[in-house]
Design a binder for this molecule. Structure first.
Ligand code: SAM
Length: 255
């Protein structure tokens, strides 16, 4: 039975993710990540492109809070690339440390997306987050090669759907795919597209998409405001851990 999306029904939407330590282009979508876990209750979740783990740990936090049995995989080389830049081993070590509390269910697959393909059974993934290299050909390849892994409840998230710089091409793929499936696109936080690919996605997601498409400005404003709150809280957390910076700022303010 369908019913309109009511944010007040959500247990997680207004909570903060546990790991707000690292800001990323994804930070503003963490409330949606937790909410999505709540309404989908995925059995298997795969993230392609994890880096410091802002999105991945938000999914894990949702899974842990709701005591779901979701199996989570983060696929990434932890080496960087043309869009993300290069970085050192500490990024992986930090994430592995933070992620330890979520074991045994989540797994960090330190490899390329192609190498991870044989590790995930076909028709098994309920939630796939694609956030790898953002050129059109790369993101299209990620979608095409991972599509057979989607279950009949499969939902795909694309990050950077409104990013036009540095030859990003997610927006182009989004324009092609979004009319073919129930979908919605958030425009804050560089854009996040939700594509309900499976023929049997949960009714709760279809209800959300129906409300979002009927009242896009209101739904975008809600999730954008919740995202900004996480961004501000994470900046505050960071500042709290930098007493020297706070002292310097206070001194400037007094002048
Ligand atoms: C934008 S970052 C992910 C950000 C992350 N989701 C977050 O929450 O902050 C995307 C990463 O995917 C990696 N990547 C791109 N293509 C890849 C591939 N084929 N295999 C493994 N990693 C890849 C890149 O190195 C890049 O650092």
């Amino acid at each position: 039975m369908s019913s309109a999306f009511n944010p007040l029904d959500s247990q997680l939407l207004f909570t903060l993710p546990r790991c707000m330590h690292k800001k990323s282009d994804w930070t503003e979508h963490t409330p949606f990540a937790m909410f999505l876990v709540e309404i989908l209750r995925p059995r298997l979740l795969v993230e392609l492109g994890t880096q410091r783990g802002v999105s991945y740990l938000a999914f894990c936090h949702g899974v842990e809070t709701l005591k779901l049995e979701t199996r989570c995989y983060a696929v990434y080389t932890w080496k960087g690339d043309a869009h993300a830049g290069q970085y050192d081993e500490s990024i992986y070590r930090e994430l592995a440390e933070r992620h330890r509390r979520y074991e045994p269910f989540p797994s960090l697959l330190r490899m390329t997306f192609d190498e991870a393909l044989p590790k995930i059974p076909g028709a098994s993934v309920d939630l796939l987050h694609i956030d790898g290299l953002h050129y059109y050909d790369a993101v299209k390849k990620d979608f095409d090669t991972w599509r057979p892994k989607l279950s009949d409840r499969g939902v795909v998230l694309f990050h950077d759907t409104v990013e036009m710089e540095r030859d990003f091409g997610v927006h182009q793929l989004w324009r092609e795919l979004s009319p073919q499936f129930p979908s919605f696109n958030f425009e804050h936080g560089h854009g996040l597209g939700i594509l309900a690919v499976g023929p049997h996605v949960p009714q709760s997601l279809l209800d959300f998409l129906a409300t979002a498409n009927a009242r896009p400005a209101a739904v975008r404003a809600l999730f954008s405001a919740l995202g900004r709150r996480v961004l501000l809280e994470s900046s505050k957390e960071w500042l709290d851990r930098q007493p020297a910076v706070v002292r310097a700022l206070t001194a400037i303010k007094r002048r």
